[in-house]
Design a protein. Structure first.
Ligand code: ATP
Ligand code: MG
Ligand code: MG
Length: 421
Protein backbone atom coordinates (compact mmCIF):
# COMPACT_ATOMS: atom_id res chain seq x y z
CA UNK A 1 0.00 0.00 0.00
CA UNK A 2 3.07 2.19 -0.22
CA UNK A 3 1.99 3.55 -3.61
CA UNK A 4 0.41 6.76 -4.92
CA UNK A 5 -2.73 7.44 -2.88
CA UNK A 6 -1.50 5.10 -0.14
CA UNK A 7 0.88 5.31 2.83
CA UNK A 8 3.80 7.70 2.88
CA UNK A 9 7.14 5.83 3.03
CA UNK A 10 8.93 6.76 6.24
CA UNK A 11 12.50 6.11 7.38
CA UNK A 12 13.84 6.63 10.84
CA UNK A 13 15.29 10.10 11.13
CA UNK A 14 12.89 11.60 8.55
CA UNK A 15 11.84 15.14 9.39
CA UNK A 16 8.39 16.70 9.03
CA UNK A 17 6.80 20.14 9.15
CA UNK A 18 9.90 22.23 8.46
CA UNK A 19 12.06 19.78 10.39
CA UNK A 20 10.06 20.24 13.58
CA UNK A 21 9.27 16.53 13.99
CA UNK A 22 11.89 13.80 13.65
CA UNK A 23 10.73 10.19 13.35
CA UNK A 24 12.19 7.81 15.91
CA UNK A 25 10.27 4.58 15.42
CA UNK A 26 6.94 3.05 14.42
CA UNK A 27 4.04 2.89 16.88
CA UNK A 28 1.34 1.28 14.82
CA UNK A 29 -0.78 1.44 11.73
CA UNK A 30 -4.39 1.22 10.60
CA UNK A 31 -6.39 1.14 7.40
CA UNK A 32 -6.01 4.88 6.99
CA UNK A 33 -2.55 5.66 8.24
CA UNK A 34 0.77 4.77 9.78
CA UNK A 35 1.60 6.13 13.24
CA UNK A 36 5.15 7.04 14.33
CA UNK A 37 6.93 8.09 17.45
CA UNK A 38 8.54 11.43 16.65
CA UNK A 39 10.51 14.02 18.56
CA UNK A 40 9.07 17.54 18.54
CA UNK A 41 12.08 19.85 18.44
CA UNK A 42 10.07 22.95 19.25
CA UNK A 43 8.47 21.62 22.43
CA UNK A 44 11.22 19.12 23.21
CA UNK A 45 8.77 16.28 23.72
CA UNK A 46 7.72 13.09 21.95
CA UNK A 47 4.53 12.88 19.94
CA UNK A 48 2.61 10.24 18.03
CA UNK A 49 2.67 11.31 14.37
CA UNK A 50 -0.21 9.94 12.30
CA UNK A 51 0.44 10.13 8.54
CA UNK A 52 -2.73 9.51 6.55
CA UNK A 53 -2.88 7.87 3.12
CA UNK A 54 -3.05 10.45 0.38
CA UNK A 55 -6.03 9.35 -1.77
CA UNK A 56 -8.92 11.87 -1.68
CA UNK A 57 -11.26 9.70 0.41
CA UNK A 58 -8.65 9.25 3.13
CA UNK A 59 -7.79 12.94 3.04
CA UNK A 60 -11.48 13.87 3.29
CA UNK A 61 -12.04 11.62 6.26
CA UNK A 62 -8.86 12.89 7.97
CA UNK A 63 -9.96 16.52 7.58
CA UNK A 64 -13.28 15.56 9.18
CA UNK A 65 -11.39 13.76 11.98
CA UNK A 66 -9.43 16.96 12.63
CA UNK A 67 -12.64 19.02 12.89
CA UNK A 68 -14.04 16.57 15.44
CA UNK A 69 -10.76 16.44 17.38
CA UNK A 70 -10.61 20.23 17.53
CA UNK A 71 -14.13 20.35 18.89
CA UNK A 72 -13.13 17.79 21.54
CA UNK A 73 -10.07 19.83 22.46
CA UNK A 74 -11.78 23.22 22.65
CA UNK A 75 -15.20 22.45 24.13
CA UNK A 76 -14.39 22.17 27.83
CA UNK A 77 -10.88 21.55 29.07
CA UNK A 78 -12.13 21.54 32.66
CA UNK A 79 -14.45 18.57 32.11
CA UNK A 80 -13.25 15.35 33.77
CA UNK A 81 -13.97 13.52 30.54
CA UNK A 82 -11.59 15.74 28.54
CA UNK A 83 -8.67 13.79 29.89
CA UNK A 84 -10.11 10.50 28.64
CA UNK A 85 -9.99 11.30 24.94
CA UNK A 86 -6.67 11.15 23.05
CA UNK A 87 -6.09 14.82 22.27
CA UNK A 88 -4.86 16.28 19.00
CA UNK A 89 -1.76 18.46 19.36
CA UNK A 90 -1.05 19.69 15.84
CA UNK A 91 -1.83 19.00 12.18
CA UNK A 92 -0.20 19.86 8.87
CA UNK A 93 0.33 18.70 5.28
CA UNK A 94 3.26 16.69 4.00
CA UNK A 95 4.13 16.27 0.34
CA UNK A 96 5.80 12.96 -0.51
CA UNK A 97 6.34 10.62 -3.47
CA UNK A 98 2.86 9.09 -3.01
CA UNK A 99 1.04 12.40 -2.80
CA UNK A 100 0.00 15.01 -0.29
CA UNK A 101 -0.72 13.58 3.16
CA UNK A 102 -2.66 14.95 6.10
CA UNK A 103 -0.54 14.56 9.25
CA UNK A 104 -1.71 14.80 12.85
CA UNK A 105 0.21 14.69 16.09
CA UNK A 106 -1.13 13.33 19.37
CA UNK A 107 0.21 12.81 22.84
CA UNK A 108 2.06 9.49 22.97
CA UNK A 109 -0.02 6.81 24.63
CA UNK A 110 0.57 3.18 25.49
CA UNK A 111 -0.89 -0.14 24.51
CA UNK A 112 -4.50 -0.72 23.64
CA UNK A 113 -7.01 -2.75 25.63
CA UNK A 114 -6.58 -5.42 22.97
CA UNK A 115 -2.95 -5.89 24.03
CA UNK A 116 -4.06 -5.87 27.65
CA UNK A 117 -6.48 -8.70 26.92
CA UNK A 118 -3.76 -10.64 25.14
CA UNK A 119 -1.55 -10.18 28.18
CA UNK A 120 -4.17 -12.06 30.16
CA UNK A 121 -4.26 -14.78 27.51
CA UNK A 122 -7.81 -13.80 26.57
CA UNK A 123 -9.06 -15.24 29.84
CA UNK A 124 -10.35 -11.98 31.22
CA UNK A 125 -8.88 -8.95 32.96
CA UNK A 126 -9.32 -8.74 36.76
CA UNK A 127 -12.56 -6.97 37.54
CA UNK A 128 -10.97 -4.24 39.70
CA UNK A 129 -9.01 -3.18 36.64
CA UNK A 130 -12.04 -3.36 34.35
CA UNK A 131 -14.03 -1.19 36.75
CA UNK A 132 -11.32 1.44 36.68
CA UNK A 133 -11.24 1.33 32.89
CA UNK A 134 -15.03 1.49 32.63
CA UNK A 135 -15.35 4.52 34.91
CA UNK A 136 -12.92 6.48 32.75
CA UNK A 137 -14.55 5.41 29.49
CA UNK A 138 -17.96 6.51 30.79
CA UNK A 139 -16.49 9.91 31.65
CA UNK A 140 -14.92 10.16 28.20
CA UNK A 141 -18.13 9.12 26.44
CA UNK A 142 -20.27 11.46 28.53
CA UNK A 143 -17.99 14.34 27.52
CA UNK A 144 -18.03 13.30 23.87
CA UNK A 145 -21.81 12.82 23.72
CA UNK A 146 -23.20 15.63 25.86
CA UNK A 147 -20.62 18.36 25.69
CA UNK A 148 -19.14 17.86 22.22
CA UNK A 149 -22.16 16.40 20.44
CA UNK A 150 -20.02 13.63 18.97
CA UNK A 151 -20.68 9.91 18.49
CA UNK A 152 -17.52 7.78 18.42
CA UNK A 153 -19.17 4.89 16.49
CA UNK A 154 -16.25 2.48 16.85
CA UNK A 155 -15.85 1.65 20.51
CA UNK A 156 -13.75 -1.52 20.74
CA UNK A 157 -10.65 -2.68 22.62
CA UNK A 158 -8.09 -1.61 20.03
CA UNK A 159 -9.39 1.98 20.05
CA UNK A 160 -8.85 2.43 23.77
CA UNK A 161 -5.28 3.24 24.79
CA UNK A 162 -3.59 3.10 28.17
CA UNK A 163 -1.15 5.44 29.79
CA UNK A 164 0.59 5.98 33.12
CA UNK A 165 1.36 9.63 33.89
CA UNK A 166 4.94 10.31 35.05
CA UNK A 167 5.82 6.86 33.95
CA UNK A 168 9.52 7.75 34.11
CA UNK A 169 9.42 7.48 37.87
CA UNK A 170 8.89 3.73 37.53
CA UNK A 171 11.83 3.06 35.29
CA UNK A 172 15.06 1.51 36.35
CA UNK A 173 13.83 0.91 39.88
CA UNK A 174 11.77 -2.23 39.86
CA UNK A 175 10.21 -2.45 43.29
CA UNK A 176 11.14 -5.50 45.33
CA UNK A 177 7.96 -7.45 45.28
CA UNK A 178 6.57 -7.99 48.73
CA UNK A 179 4.27 -10.92 49.46
CA UNK A 180 1.33 -8.70 48.89
CA UNK A 181 2.66 -7.46 45.59
CA UNK A 182 3.39 -10.96 44.44
CA UNK A 183 -0.25 -11.72 44.80
CA UNK A 184 -1.23 -8.73 42.74
CA UNK A 185 1.40 -9.72 40.20
CA UNK A 186 -0.04 -13.12 40.06
CA UNK A 187 -3.55 -11.92 39.55
CA UNK A 188 -2.31 -9.30 37.13
CA UNK A 189 -0.69 -11.84 34.90
CA UNK A 190 -2.85 -14.88 35.08
CA UNK A 191 -6.13 -14.06 36.72
CA UNK A 192 -9.41 -14.60 35.03
CA UNK A 193 -12.90 -14.96 36.27
CA UNK A 194 -12.21 -18.66 36.26
CA UNK A 195 -9.01 -18.97 38.19
CA UNK A 196 -9.81 -16.13 40.58
CA UNK A 197 -11.98 -18.69 42.24
CA UNK A 198 -9.29 -21.36 42.31
CA UNK A 199 -7.47 -22.22 45.56
CA UNK A 200 -4.68 -20.04 46.96
CA UNK A 201 -1.05 -20.18 45.91
CA UNK A 202 1.28 -22.99 46.73
CA UNK A 203 5.01 -22.73 47.35
CA UNK A 204 6.00 -23.82 43.88
CA UNK A 205 3.54 -21.41 42.37
CA UNK A 206 5.09 -18.60 44.37
CA UNK A 207 8.50 -19.56 43.11
CA UNK A 208 7.25 -19.51 39.54
CA UNK A 209 5.72 -16.08 40.04
CA UNK A 210 9.01 -14.83 41.48
CA UNK A 211 10.89 -16.07 38.44
CA UNK A 212 8.39 -14.49 36.12
CA UNK A 213 8.63 -11.16 37.89
CA UNK A 214 12.39 -11.21 37.51
CA UNK A 215 12.06 -11.83 33.81
CA UNK A 216 9.50 -9.08 33.47
CA UNK A 217 11.65 -6.63 35.34
CA UNK A 218 14.42 -7.34 32.90
CA UNK A 219 12.07 -6.91 29.99
CA UNK A 220 10.62 -3.62 31.19
CA UNK A 221 14.03 -2.01 31.11
CA UNK A 222 15.31 -3.82 28.05
CA UNK A 223 12.29 -2.99 25.91
CA UNK A 224 13.27 0.65 26.15
CA UNK A 225 16.38 0.07 24.15
CA UNK A 226 15.90 -2.88 21.88
CA UNK A 227 14.91 -2.61 18.22
CA UNK A 228 15.55 1.03 18.49
CA UNK A 229 16.70 2.55 15.24
CA UNK A 230 17.69 5.91 16.71
CA UNK A 231 19.27 6.47 20.11
CA UNK A 232 16.61 7.21 22.69
CA UNK A 233 16.90 9.19 25.85
CA UNK A 234 16.86 6.83 28.80
CA UNK A 235 13.88 8.68 30.24
CA UNK A 236 11.70 7.94 27.22
CA UNK A 237 9.16 5.24 27.86
CA UNK A 238 8.02 3.36 24.84
CA UNK A 239 4.31 2.68 24.66
CA UNK A 240 4.85 -1.05 24.57
CA UNK A 241 6.34 -0.90 28.03
CA UNK A 242 3.22 0.28 29.87
CA UNK A 243 2.05 -3.28 30.45
CA UNK A 244 5.54 -4.38 31.49
CA UNK A 245 5.65 -1.57 33.99
CA UNK A 246 2.29 -2.61 35.38
CA UNK A 247 3.55 -6.11 35.95
CA UNK A 248 6.67 -4.91 37.72
CA UNK A 249 4.91 -2.09 39.58
CA UNK A 250 1.38 -3.26 40.31
CA UNK A 251 0.92 -0.17 42.48
CA UNK A 252 1.01 1.90 39.28
CA UNK A 253 -2.35 0.37 38.43
CA UNK A 254 -4.00 3.08 40.51
CA UNK A 255 -2.65 5.68 38.17
CA UNK A 256 -3.47 4.14 34.81
CA UNK A 257 -5.25 6.59 32.56
CA UNK A 258 -7.52 5.27 29.86
CA UNK A 259 -8.12 7.26 26.68
CA UNK A 260 -10.51 6.81 23.78
CA UNK A 261 -8.61 7.07 20.51
CA UNK A 262 -9.30 6.98 16.77
CA UNK A 263 -12.07 9.44 16.04
CA UNK A 264 -11.62 8.52 12.39
CA UNK A 265 -15.18 7.18 12.13
CA UNK A 266 -16.80 9.59 14.56
CA UNK A 267 -19.66 11.90 13.59
CA UNK A 268 -21.82 14.72 14.95
CA UNK A 269 -24.96 13.87 16.93
CA UNK A 270 -26.75 16.51 14.88
CA UNK A 271 -25.57 14.98 11.63
CA UNK A 272 -27.51 13.35 8.89
CA UNK A 273 -26.39 9.76 9.07
CA UNK A 274 -27.71 6.43 8.00
CA UNK A 275 -24.62 4.48 7.08
CA UNK A 276 -23.55 1.26 8.76
CA UNK A 277 -21.29 1.89 11.75
CA UNK A 278 -19.40 -0.11 14.38
CA UNK A 279 -17.24 -3.21 14.19
CA UNK A 280 -19.41 -6.34 13.90
CA UNK A 281 -19.26 -7.73 17.43
CA UNK A 282 -19.98 -4.31 18.93
CA UNK A 283 -22.75 -3.36 16.51
CA UNK A 284 -26.07 -2.27 17.99
CA UNK A 285 -29.43 -3.74 16.90
CA UNK A 286 -30.75 -0.47 15.42
CA UNK A 287 -27.73 -0.34 13.11
CA UNK A 288 -28.21 -3.97 12.01
CA UNK A 289 -31.81 -3.38 10.95
CA UNK A 290 -30.96 -0.07 9.29
CA UNK A 291 -32.97 2.10 11.67
CA UNK A 292 -32.09 5.58 12.95
CA UNK A 293 -29.21 5.44 15.42
CA UNK A 294 -27.77 7.85 17.97
CA UNK A 295 -25.01 8.28 20.55
CA UNK A 296 -26.65 5.38 22.42
CA UNK A 297 -25.02 3.10 19.85
CA UNK A 298 -21.72 3.80 21.66
CA UNK A 299 -23.27 2.61 24.92
CA UNK A 300 -24.19 -0.71 23.33
CA UNK A 301 -20.60 -1.19 22.11
CA UNK A 302 -19.28 -0.23 25.53
CA UNK A 303 -21.36 -2.91 27.25
CA UNK A 304 -20.19 -5.53 24.73
CA UNK A 305 -16.61 -4.49 25.36
CA UNK A 306 -16.88 -4.57 29.16
CA UNK A 307 -18.25 -8.11 28.98
CA UNK A 308 -15.33 -9.09 26.76
CA UNK A 309 -12.72 -7.46 28.99
CA UNK A 310 -14.06 -9.41 31.97
CA UNK A 311 -14.57 -12.78 30.34
CA UNK A 312 -12.15 -12.79 27.41
CA UNK A 313 -15.01 -13.73 25.10
CA UNK A 314 -17.23 -11.76 22.75
CA UNK A 315 -20.74 -11.11 24.09
CA UNK A 316 -22.07 -11.52 20.54
CA UNK A 317 -20.07 -13.31 17.89
CA UNK A 318 -22.43 -13.90 14.98
CA UNK A 319 -21.79 -16.35 12.14
CA UNK A 320 -23.65 -16.83 8.91
CA UNK A 321 -25.06 -20.23 7.88
CA UNK A 322 -26.49 -21.81 4.75
CA UNK A 323 -30.03 -20.67 5.61
CA UNK A 324 -29.33 -17.45 7.50
CA UNK A 325 -27.01 -14.46 7.35
CA UNK A 326 -24.59 -13.06 9.90
CA UNK A 327 -27.12 -10.31 10.62
CA UNK A 328 -29.87 -12.92 11.23
CA UNK A 329 -27.63 -14.72 13.68
CA UNK A 330 -26.63 -11.47 15.35
CA UNK A 331 -30.26 -10.45 15.91
CA UNK A 332 -31.07 -13.96 17.16
CA UNK A 333 -28.24 -13.80 19.70
CA UNK A 334 -29.43 -10.40 20.90
CA UNK A 335 -33.02 -11.60 21.29
CA UNK A 336 -31.87 -14.75 23.08
CA UNK A 337 -30.01 -12.65 25.63
CA UNK A 338 -32.35 -9.71 26.11
CA UNK A 339 -35.60 -11.57 25.45
CA UNK A 340 -37.42 -8.66 23.87
CA UNK A 341 -38.30 -7.88 20.28
CA UNK A 342 -39.47 -4.27 20.26
CA UNK A 343 -41.54 -2.95 17.37
CA UNK A 344 -38.87 -0.36 16.65
CA UNK A 345 -36.65 -3.24 15.61
CA UNK A 346 -39.16 -5.31 13.63
CA UNK A 347 -40.78 -2.49 11.69
CA UNK A 348 -38.81 0.76 11.72
CA UNK A 349 -35.51 -0.31 10.16
CA UNK A 350 -34.84 -0.08 6.46
CA UNK A 351 -34.18 -3.83 6.45
CA UNK A 352 -36.56 -4.85 9.26
CA UNK A 353 -38.82 -6.62 6.77
CA UNK A 354 -35.95 -8.77 5.55
CA UNK A 355 -35.25 -10.04 9.06
CA UNK A 356 -38.69 -10.16 10.67
CA UNK A 357 -42.05 -11.59 9.63
CA UNK A 358 -45.46 -9.98 10.25
CA UNK A 359 -45.70 -11.17 13.83
CA UNK A 360 -42.24 -9.95 14.71
CA UNK A 361 -40.67 -13.40 14.52
CA UNK A 362 -37.27 -13.88 12.88
CA UNK A 363 -37.77 -15.10 9.32
CA UNK A 364 -34.68 -17.27 8.94
CA UNK A 365 -34.00 -18.57 12.44
CA UNK A 366 -36.84 -20.34 14.18
CA UNK A 367 -35.26 -22.00 17.14
CA UNK A 368 -34.03 -19.61 19.82
CA UNK A 369 -32.15 -20.65 22.92
CA UNK A 370 -32.92 -18.04 25.52
CA UNK A 371 -30.22 -17.38 28.09
CA UNK A 372 -30.19 -14.64 30.68
CA UNK A 373 -27.10 -12.50 31.09
CA UNK A 374 -26.86 -13.28 34.78
CA UNK A 375 -26.99 -17.01 34.04
CA UNK A 376 -24.31 -16.70 31.36
CA UNK A 377 -22.08 -14.92 33.86
CA UNK A 378 -22.81 -17.47 36.55
CA UNK A 379 -22.86 -20.70 34.55
CA UNK A 380 -20.25 -20.06 31.88
CA UNK A 381 -17.93 -17.71 33.68
CA UNK A 382 -18.42 -18.97 37.22
CA UNK A 383 -19.18 -15.62 38.80
CA UNK A 384 -20.74 -16.01 42.25
CA UNK A 385 -24.51 -15.35 42.07
CA UNK A 386 -24.37 -11.96 43.80
CA UNK A 387 -21.63 -10.70 41.49
CA UNK A 388 -23.37 -12.08 38.42
CA UNK A 389 -26.53 -10.25 39.48
CA UNK A 390 -24.74 -6.96 40.08
CA UNK A 391 -22.79 -7.08 36.83
CA UNK A 392 -25.85 -8.03 34.84
CA UNK A 393 -27.74 -5.18 36.54
CA UNK A 394 -24.94 -2.85 35.41
CA UNK A 395 -24.73 -4.05 31.81
CA UNK A 396 -28.44 -4.48 31.06
CA UNK A 397 -29.38 -0.76 30.87
CA UNK A 398 -26.70 -0.34 28.20
CA UNK A 399 -27.96 -3.40 26.33
CA UNK A 400 -31.56 -2.22 26.01
CA UNK A 401 -32.58 -3.30 22.53
CA UNK A 402 -34.86 -0.30 22.26
CA UNK A 403 -32.51 2.61 21.77
CA UNK A 404 -34.77 5.12 23.55
CA UNK A 405 -34.62 3.04 26.71
CA UNK A 406 -30.86 2.60 26.63
CA UNK A 407 -29.06 4.44 29.43
CA UNK A 408 -26.73 7.40 28.74
CA UNK A 409 -23.11 7.43 29.94
CA UNK A 410 -23.68 9.92 32.74
CA UNK A 411 -26.52 7.91 34.22
CA UNK A 412 -24.27 4.83 34.45
CA UNK A 413 -21.56 6.55 36.45
CA UNK A 414 -23.06 6.10 39.90
CA UNK A 415 -23.88 2.41 39.52
CA UNK A 416 -22.97 0.24 42.44
CA UNK A 417 -20.91 -2.20 40.33
CA UNK A 418 -18.39 0.59 39.70
CA UNK A 419 -17.93 1.24 43.41
CA UNK A 420 -16.82 -2.21 44.49
CA UNK A 421 -13.59 -4.02 43.80
P1 ATP B 1 -8.13 2.30 11.82
O1 ATP B 1 -7.97 1.29 10.74
O2 ATP B 1 -8.26 1.63 13.16
O3 ATP B 1 -9.18 3.33 11.59
P2 ATP B 1 -6.22 4.47 11.66
O4 ATP B 1 -5.42 4.47 10.41
O5 ATP B 1 -7.32 5.47 11.79
O6 ATP B 1 -6.71 3.03 11.93
P3 ATP B 1 -5.38 4.74 14.41
O7 ATP B 1 -6.33 3.71 14.85
O8 ATP B 1 -5.63 6.14 14.85
O9 ATP B 1 -5.19 4.69 12.83
O10 ATP B 1 -3.89 4.33 14.85
C1 ATP B 1 -3.30 3.13 14.42
C2 ATP B 1 -2.51 2.52 15.55
O11 ATP B 1 -1.42 3.39 15.92
C3 ATP B 1 -3.29 2.31 16.82
O12 ATP B 1 -3.97 1.08 16.83
C4 ATP B 1 -2.19 2.36 17.89
O13 ATP B 1 -1.51 1.11 17.95
C5 ATP B 1 -1.22 3.37 17.32
N1 ATP B 1 -1.49 4.71 17.88
C6 ATP B 1 -2.42 5.59 17.45
N2 ATP B 1 -2.43 6.71 18.19
C7 ATP B 1 -1.47 6.54 19.12
C8 ATP B 1 -0.98 7.36 20.20
N3 ATP B 1 -1.48 8.57 20.46
N4 ATP B 1 0.03 6.86 20.95
C9 ATP B 1 0.53 5.63 20.70
N5 ATP B 1 0.11 4.82 19.72
C10 ATP B 1 -0.87 5.26 18.92
MG1 MG C 1 -8.03 2.33 15.06
MG1 MG D 1 -9.35 5.29 12.19
Amino acid sequence: EYQPGGYHPVSFGDQFHQDRYKVVRKLGWGHFSTVWLAHDKEKNMYVALKIVKSAPRFTQSALEEIKLLEKVKETNKEAVGWNHIAQLLDHFWHQGPNGKHVCMTFEVLGESLLSLMKRFNHRGIPSAMVKRITRQLLLGLDYLHRECGIIHTDIKPENVLLWIPNVQSYLGHPSQPSDNQQQVQQSASSASLLNQTSPGSTKSRKRRVKRRIKKQQARATVSLHEECPLPLEPSLVLPSSVLDILLVHPEALDRVVVKLADLGNACWTSGDYGHVIQTRQYRSPEVIVGARWSERADMWSLACMIFELLTGEFLFDPRGGSKFSKDDDHLAQIIELMQVVPRSLTTLGEYSREFFGKNGQLRNIKKLRYRRLRDVLHDSFLLPPSEADLLSHFLSPMLQVEMEKRRAAKAMLDHQWLCGH
